[in-house]
Design a protein around this ligand. Structure first.
Ligand SMILES: [Zn+2]
Length: 84
């Protein structure tokens, strides 16, 4: 069984400035030319509060699946935006 390799789509050049992680439901500003993301909690245009990050819940769920370190396989269902 093959697992997708985690690779940042932001490496190299992009003209995008806003990042959204479908898995974590997290927003950020893209800090070119690195692939760094500055996480934001409010919309930079209108100031609305953005959705709460699901990052902590995601890692909790992943650890319940037996995951320990980077390099361990990540279940495919956790790589989609609608994981539960
Ligand atoms: Zn807005």
């Amino acid at each position: 069984m093959a697992f997708p390799v985690a690779e940042s789509p932001l490496l190299g050049s992009t003209d995008k400035r806003i990042y959204w992680s479908p898995v974590f439901d997290e927003y950020g500003l893209i800090c070119q030319p690195s692939a760094e993301i500055l996480q934001i909690h409010h919309c930079p245009f209108c100031g609305s509060r953005l959705s709460e990050s699901r990052r902590d819940k995601w890692f909790e769920k992943l650890e319940k699946e037996g995951w320990k370190i980077w390099g361990d396989p990540i279940p495919i269902e956790l790589l989609s935006h609608d994981w539960k």
